[in-house]
Design a protein around this ligand. Structure first.
Ligand code: C2E
Ligand code: CA
Ligand code: CA
Length: 404
């Protein structure tokens, strides 16, 4: 029987998870704090751990670090439970080697899907380890294994394992697709599908984000030109850019070369950067952005509202677009505060001549509210998940529209 350890200080949440999982025939161990959790993990060696991030005394980060420092518990799949979608917290957790996260409150199916997909991946990983290096690799944290695979993939220049998916960005008024956000996918032949939440921090910490990012930019320029030539003349794509890419001395010439090689106008790209990115090296980031803007490139602030110094950057940075983080959009129709904050952000952005995109629109009720607040663009599962090229083209060709 699969054994799951639940570490959660809030009794009602803990009991709810335990009841749900016991009904699914998992064997459950429950801990009311981090210390009991670590002790239980060491003595029982569960198959998977669900752990709250914010707990008194030993928090979720410390639990993870303690488990990773011991061979017996280092490879147990570890899923964080967080109270909100604070990207910085999640990024820290993923950097420390967590395998996945769930944002509270989550549904029964979200909980079960996350657990099942993580257990499946662990089986693949263990099979891989037992094939490659029987004596030592068994004790390596999964982070190291994924890193080894990533290095091997890039060393072989096996870039076929990477794919770009596109998620439509819709003009809220007309409901038509006007742009797409490019999102990377890594289908590893050894490990299966690795999510960007896992890939990007790893690629950043190893420097591999540079070759991967270059590959992605070339690919997106090429694809955008194909769509423009097919008749979607004003169509543009957005690309997520990490600080490591932006501060490379040759970042600007490389972007310009990719545009020129594809005969693509610079206004066909919008670069998305997060507030966290800017915070890391404000001066270099501003200089680089100014330089790129002088060549006609546009910028969006991504995940707006989740960083710390948002308003200062609005004044300082050469940006065209704000993307409101899905935290504010999720259940906006039921939450008056989220609605008020979103309305305020949109009005402020319009006064600054910025365009606003609502991220993560999942329901018609949410769409109704962002439309009521005059949000220019929407993006989210309501119209479409991110899609491979051919499926995205079908959406374009059928003129699929988002209507209320
Ligand atoms: P992001 O830039 O905020 O991208 C949006 C994420 O939200 C995507 O996750 C997308 O699949 C997801 N999403 C879209 N609509 C909805 C919705 O309605 N509801 C919910 N809950 N989620 C929605 P994805 O593709 O897993 O990417 C995660 C993050 O990884 C991205 O967040 C971005 O920060 C990073 N990332 C992805 N591709 C790249 C890349 O090529 N380069 C860099 N530097 N970062 C990337
Ligand atoms: Ca983005
Ligand atoms: Ca975002």
């Amino acid at each position: 029987m699969t054994k799951i350890l639940v570490i959660e200080d809030e009794e009602s949440v803990r009991e709810n998870i335990v009841d749900l999982l016991e009904a699914e025939s998992f064997e459950i161990l429950a801990a009311a704090d981090g210390k009991i959790g670590v002790d239980l993990a060491v003595s029982e060696v569960p198959d998977l751990i669900l752990c709250d991030l914010m707990m008194p005394n030993i928090n979720g980060y410390e639990v993870l670090q303690k488990l990773h420092s011991q061979a017996a518990t280092a490879t147990i799949p570890f899923i964080f439970l967080t109270a909100r979608t604070a990207k910085a917290d999640l990024r820290k957790g993923m950097d420390l080697g967590a395998d996945d996260y769930l944002t509270k409150p989550f549904t029964r199916s979200e909980l079960l899907n996350t657990i099942t997909s993580r257990l499946d991946k662990q089986v693949t990983t263990l099979k891989y380890i037992s094939k490659t290096n029987k004596n030592t690799a068994r004790f390596l944290p999964e982070f190291q294994i994924v890193k080894t695979c990533l290095l091997r993939t890039l060393a072989k220049r096996n870039l076929k394992e990477f794919q770009v998916h596109y998620q439509p960005i819709i003009d809220t008024n007309s409901g038509l697709i006007v742009a797409a956000e490019s999102l990377i996918r890594w289908q590893s032949s050894e490990l299966g599908l690795i999510s960007p939440a896992e890939l990007i921090p790893l690629a950043e910490s190893t420097g591999l984000i540079i070759p991967i990012g270059e590959w992605l930019i070339k690919n997106v320029c090429n694809q955008t030109k194909i769509w423009q030539d097919a008749g979607y003349k004003n169509f543009y794509s957005t690309i997520n850019i990490s600080i490591h890419q932006l501060i490379q001395p040759d970042f600007v010439p490389k972007i310009l070369k990719s545009l020129a090689d594809n005969n693509l106008h610079s206004s066909s790209l919008e670069l998305e950067i997060t507030e966290g990115t800017i915070e890391q090296d404000v001066n270099t980031v501003i200089n680089r952005m100014e330089e790129l803007r002088s060549h006609g490139l546009k910028f969006a602030i991504d995940d707006f509202g989740t960083g710390r110094s948002s308003l200062i950057y609005l004044k300082q940075l050469p940006i065209s677009t704000l993307k409101i983080d899905h935290y504010f959009i999720h259940n906006i129709d039921k939450d008056k505060q989220k609605s008020a904050i979103t309305k305020g952000i949109i009005e402020m952005a319009h006064n600054l001549n910025l365009r606003v995109v609502a991220e993560g629109v999942e329901t018609k009720a949410e769409l109704n509210i962002v439309r009521l607040h005059n949000c220019d663009r929407t993006q989210g599962y309501l119209l479409s998940h991110p899609l491979p090229v051919t499926e995205f083209e079908e959406l374009l060709l059928t003129n699929k529209r988002l209507t209320v």
